[in-house]
Design a protein around this ligand. Sequence first.
Ligand code: NAI
Length: 333
Amino acid sequence: MRVILFSSQTYDRDSFLGEPLPAGLELQFQPARLNLDTVALAEHHEVVCAFINDDLSAPVLEQLAAGGTRLIALRSAGYNHVDLPTAKRLGLGLGLTIVRVPAYSPHAVAEHAVALILALNRRLHRAYNRTRDGDFSLHGLTGFDLVGKTVGVVGTGQIGATFAKIMAGFGCQLLAYDPFPNPQVLALGARYVSLPELVAQAQIISLHCPLTADSKHLINARSLARMQRGAMLINTGRGGLVDTPALIDALKDGQLGYLGLDVYEEEAQLFFEDRSDLPLQDDVLARLLTFPNVIITAHQAFLTREALAAIAGTTLSNIAAWAKGQPQNLVEG
Ligand code: NAI
């Protein structure tokens, strides 16, 4: 059975080839992103393996199904990039199935969110550059103690709960917002409150919910205005959770004191590629990168050895289970 892995990087190849390969699978690693221009590469591949910035919109799904693809194995937990109504229609008509990796390492993402908090607070990005340049001054590097600060966790599933546990270890007070309170997070002493209350009371707010129609631009000009002056916002969830131009306005007037982003609404055209020789065409991202109190990483929160091994292992097991007629980890269209 032929499997094509779109958007595959060297670390994907290494992690997939490091796992036992189920009998009968032939893997083809394709660095190109899946979209309307590249979908022809998937022809005659029964299985397409896609990552978060691959295009799984209606026209691409239709072409995949017409070209003989019967399984789309997502190498991600999130599936906000899949056109679900089309997937459902093609599932009923042509038997197209979509599976995902519901959990790999919540620690990878939670620990990256904490890394952003610590780096922003203690201005490690500035200190690193300064000392390398022979500047050993400390002005502008003053941080704050985390102990006793109020941290707001938006979305307390696997990653949010892991993040909450780490922040409880720093001695922070926890506020949480999630339609489904998590007993593990309550056991840490967290208080579930409304989103406006969380936004108004937390000094650090970290987003760990999926991107859905309900959560799009959950952080916007109104919620930014409600925050404590100088608050810190961390987004390792999805770019669309925040209204990026509103973040720029809040950074410009000092309302937002620190911003750590691992995801960006328009990241699909940019992230995972070396574009250092090219002029940056995205003016919003370019403006964000000018602030000294902003750190942006290019969707790397998942990137640990453990998470990559778990993604590869679960994806291969998803494909093998589907081939046996016992599909698991289905994305229901
Ligand atoms: P999960 O499904 O375990 O938890 C998500 C939680 O969010 C659930 O408790 C759910 O009730 C809650 N939720 C749903 N809608 C909400 C809303 N509007 N407001 C507040 N809470 C809401 O998912 P998990 O594994 O914790 O992942 C969370 C998100 O993290 C994923 O959906 C994905 O977008 C993102 N992610 C980012 C990665 C990265 O590399 N930056 C890697 C993996 C996931």
